[in-house]
Design a protein around this ligand. Structure first.
Ligand SMILES: Cc1cc2nc3c(=O)[nH]c(=O)nc-3n(C[C@H](O)[C@H](O)[C@H](O)COP(=O)(O)OP(=O)(O)OC[C@H]3O[C@@H](n4cnc5c(N)ncnc54)[C@H](O)[C@@H]3O)c2cc1C
Length: 481
């Protein structure tokens, strides 16, 4: 049977796509998921301390508010549970084909169909939604000798709860978002912890707190109140664009708050100096934590800022010749972002893969479609990620456009793809904006591709993206049979 829509991935994006398609009466949908459960990011990142850094009232579907959040910035188990609750309410579970790892997605120009090769068989679909996530492929660093490490080695996104940390010597490589969340949890239980830092992060005080029972009851009985809280949170975050995008020098105020936070929490002047970033706040992801610095100040924790030379069976050797012995190695080293492996698995009309088509400029239309890849829609696509607000807002915006385009393709039994000109205009307009933003102030970050080009971040107010994705603009597309 030929599917109307094949959705690949069952995180926020895949589930959101299925819900929106069902609402518009598109049927015959399947969701392919390589894991044995749904949830994406929030299934995979089960490391201690994992939580969102955008308030839960905003970091959730607009159409599925949750009055029961127990914390204003929820922890991973609760966000995963939220997705698990949303799915049955929209009868999604029967649509999901679990343990179907998609290995190839190819357009057959004769049949005008996409073929989807999975580890459990071949499927065909008229349209495809790639909801495989921007932060879904853990990147274990290619440090010489890392495979020779004698003890357990785990990436934060593949946390193994059976690995005992109590009273062990543990090393964490990386000091980004996941590290900052997990180090305070790990530091208290281990005999010794080495934290390997390449570049310090800017860290602001965390404003998250438990939600009072009275507030939960109010949100449950008066949903409008929760809606207003979401709207308030949304606009407060939009104001951050003035610093991130319009005038990065405005970041000095936030930098002062972060420096004061560091000074208050770290007494040792040498440690403080090594934790002080020297790039503009916002250039790399801004982190929130009240317990990271105190964890580093513990007697059993050492911050190592000398570069890593190699990993040996007994531990990590730094370029000064010191071997930092450890029993467990934790890679808090992020994901394949600009070089997401999914790009190599998708082949369009001229036989090129998405990765090949993107080489150089990642030409795309509204972060969602690509010339030469008809009826293929990518959620969390190029330049749709954010430094200041909720990705769910962006996903829902992408869906406004994608669902309309999918309906055109299905109703007219047509191939829909953006024109080269429209994609070129969209991509170059974005790229022209980026150098003047905080992400263009000269730091190395995972937002940049191998050529130093930012193919990750949306450099503007998110309401502008919402506005630009509200319609299917026929003139920007080739619609053919
Ligand atoms: C620790 C962490 C914290 C974060 N916190 C925030 C936050 O506070 N605010 C925010 O806006 N964003 C945050 N993000 C970003 C987050 O990834 C997105 O907000 C959102 O969850 C992405 O949803 P998604 O559905 O696009 O991708 P994912 O949740 O990554 O889901 C992708 C799904 O596709 C599946 N998949 C991938 N490849 C294949 C394949 N070949 N075949 C079959 N299935 C496949 C995966 O198994 C997965 O289930 C965070 C990310 C991480 C890692």
């Amino acid at each position: 049977m030929v599917l109307n829509v094949a959705i690949i991935g069952s995180g926020f994006a895949g589930l959101g796509a299925a819900i929106r398609l069902q609402e518009t009466k598109v049927d015959n949908i399947a969701i392919f998921e390589r894991a044995s459960d749904l949830g994406g990011t929030w299934r995979d990142n089960a490391y201690p301390g994992c939580r969102c850094d955008v308030a839960s009232n905003l970091y959730s579907f607009s159409f599925a508010p949750n009055p029961r959040w127990t914390n204003t910035f929820s922890y991973q188990p609760e966000i995963w549970r939220y997705l698990d609750d949303v799915a049955p309410r929209h009868k999604l579970r029967p649509l999901i084909k679990f343990e179907h790892d998609v290995t190839h997605v190819e357009f057959d120009s004769v049949a005008q169909l996409w073929s989807i090769t999975t580890t459990q068989g071949l499927y065909f679909a008229r349209t495809v939604v790639l909801a495989t996530g921007g932060l879904a492929e853990p990147r274990v660093p290619e440090i010489p000798g890392i495979d020779t490490f004698a003890g357990p080695l785990m990436h934060t996104a593949r946390w193994d709860p059976s690995v005992t940390l109590s009273d062990k010597r543990v090393a964490v490589i990386g000091t980004g978002a996941s590290a900052v969340q997990t180090i305070p949890r790990v530091a208290g239980q281990v005999a010794h912890l080495d934290v390997f830092q390449r570049t310090p992060s800017w860290i602001l005080p965390h404003l998250g707190h438990p939600v009072r029972e009275r507030t939960k009851r109010l949100f449950a009985t008066l949903p409008l109140l929760q809606r207003m809280n979401r709207i308030y949170g949304y606009w407060k975050r939009e104001l951050l664009v003035l610093g991130f995008v319009k005038d990065p020098s405005r970041m000095t105020r936030a930098e002062t708050i972060a420096r004061d936070h560091l000074t208050r929490q770290i007494d040792d002047p040498d440690l403080r100096e090594r934790l002080a970033p020297s790039y503009r706040l916002g250039c790399k992801r801004v982190l929130l934590s009240n317990d990271y610095y105190p964890a580093l100040a513990r007697d059993n924790v050492e911050l190592v800022t000398t570069s890593i030379q190699c990993v040996e069976p007994q531990g990590v050797r730094t370029t000064d010749g010191v071997l930092h012995e450890c029993d467990v190695l934790i890679a808090a080293t992020g994901f394949f972002v600009t070089d997401n492996p999914m790009g190599k698995k998708v082949r369009g009309t001229n036989g090129a893969t998405l990765a090949e088509a993107w080489r150089g400029d990642m030409s795309n239309y509204k972060g969602t479609m690509f010339p030469g890849f008809p009826n293929l829609f990518m959620l969390s696509g190029p330049n749709t990620s954010l430094g200041h607000s909720s990705i769910i807002f962006m996903l829902e915006s992408q869906l406004n456009y994608a669902v309309k385009a999918i309906r055109v393709a299905l109703q007219r039994n047509a191939r829909v793809e953006p024109t080269e000109v429209a994609a070129e205009q969209w991509t170059s307009a974005l790229q022209e904006k980026l150098p003047g933003t905080v992400w263009g102030t000269g730091c190395a970050s995972w937002y940049l591709n191998e050529h130093g080009k930012n193919t990750t971040i949306w450099p503007d107010f998110t309401f502008k993206f919402r506005h630009q994705t509200r319609h299917f603009e026929v003139r920007d597309h080739v619609v053919s049979n």
